[in-house]
Design a protein around this ligand. Structure first.
Ligand code: PEP
Ligand code: MG
Length: 324
């Protein structure tokens, strides 16, 4: 199978109906970057920046971060890398941060909430990214944005970082894409003007699912009760697709489910055109997409929904079996 995937490396993830799905990879370490060539990913759809903060005993220095981000961009050789600003709190606790003692850290003081209330680290990180871009393109993604005002406030931080770097005589990015991770249902219901002013939306399905179903992603017992391939969740994804399409905003999905072949197939059938996953999943997902007709998949999904079926997995698995 590995050889079969290798032979697909240079081919697009184009379904039989002609629809192309862009496949990107998730990364978080310098060591992940060589997979960009090997996997055939079009870029890095999610670069998790927490890891550099988690492995240290103190906050990393700005120049250290800038050097690391520059190496990541260099290794990507012009391909887009979506750098997600620090998503700490919740399951990721920094050794040098005062423990918050929150009863529900996943719904607590985390990610952009920390970045906006204590902006020191976010500002430093944004400056490091601008330095790393060194006059080239830059893509920044803010995690766990729950309402548009948080995106706007984060962009103010970014503007200030740009002004600061300019004053220091550094080259500003040749192009700047600024987007959000949609990880809470509330953001899907933001005013249309929000979708118009964000450059892109990336669905953080791991968190989005946990909040959609009110089922802790770390709790095996409750997590397994709820399937991504349910009429409810796929219907919700379609709503997000429609809102982004209406605004002409790029949309992708970067949670773990994007790398599961059946889920990827269903997402593509619901209108997603970009998926980001661990590098090893790109081959299998591409192989399946190239054998599938998304119109047929969509018909199956619509049929199940019309019949009031709660879980679409059996019908989609049967379609997959027929392809094999
Ligand atoms: C997600 O929530 O789906 C996501 C990609 O981010 P993380 O898993 O780092 O929370
Ligand atoms: Mg998340």
């Amino acid at each position: 199978a590995q050889e079969q995937y290798a032979s697909l490396r240079g081919l697009p993830a184009e379904a039989l109906c002609g629809t192309r799905i862009a496949l990107h990879m998730n990364a978080g370490l310098m060591a992940d970057l060589p997979s960009l060539e090997g996997s055939g990913a079009e870029g890095v759809g999610l670069f998790r920046t927490e890891l550099q903060f988690l492995v240290r005993s103190q906050v990393p220095k700005r120049d250290e971060l800038a050097a690391l981000y520059a190496r990541v961009m260099e290794a990507a050789r012009g391909r887009r890398v979506a750098f997600r600003t620090l998503d700490i709190g919740s399951d990721k606790v920094l050794p040098y941060m005062k423990p918050q003692d929150e009863p529900n850290p996943a719904m607590g003081w985390r990610a952009i909430r920390v970045g906006l209330e204590k902006p020191g680290v976010l500002r430093m990180q944004l400056q490091a990214l601008i330095r790393a871009a060194n006059g080239g393109p830059l893509t920044v993604m803010f995690p766990f944005v729950t309402q548009p005002s948080e995106f706007d406030a984060a962009k103010v931080q970014l503007s200030q970082a740009l002004a600061h770097e300019e004053k220091m005589g550094r080259a500003l990015p040749s192009s700047l894409e600024v987007g959000v991770m949609l990880e809470t249902p509330s953001l899907a219901f933001a005013p249309q003007s929000f979708f118009e002013r964000t450059d892109f939306v990336s669905i953080g399905g791991n968190d989005l699912k946990q909040f959609f179903f009110a089922a802790d992603r770390e709790n095996e017992r409750v997590r397994r009760r709820y399937d991504t391939l349910s009429a409810a969740f796929l219907g919700f994804l379609e709503l997000i697709v429609q809102r982004c399409n209406a605004a002409g905003t790029q949309l992708s999905f970067c949670g773990e489910d994007a790398g599961r072949p059946l889920e990827a197939l269903a997402f593509a059938a619901m209108g997603l055109r970009s998926l980001s996953m661990r590098p090893a999943s790109i081959g299998p997902v591409k192989a399946l997409l190239r054998r599938a007709d998304l119109r047929e998949v969509r018909e199956i999904i619509d049929g199940c929904i019309a019949r009031g079926e709660e879980n679409l997995r059996p019908a989609l698995a049967a379609y997959l079996e027929k392809l094999a």
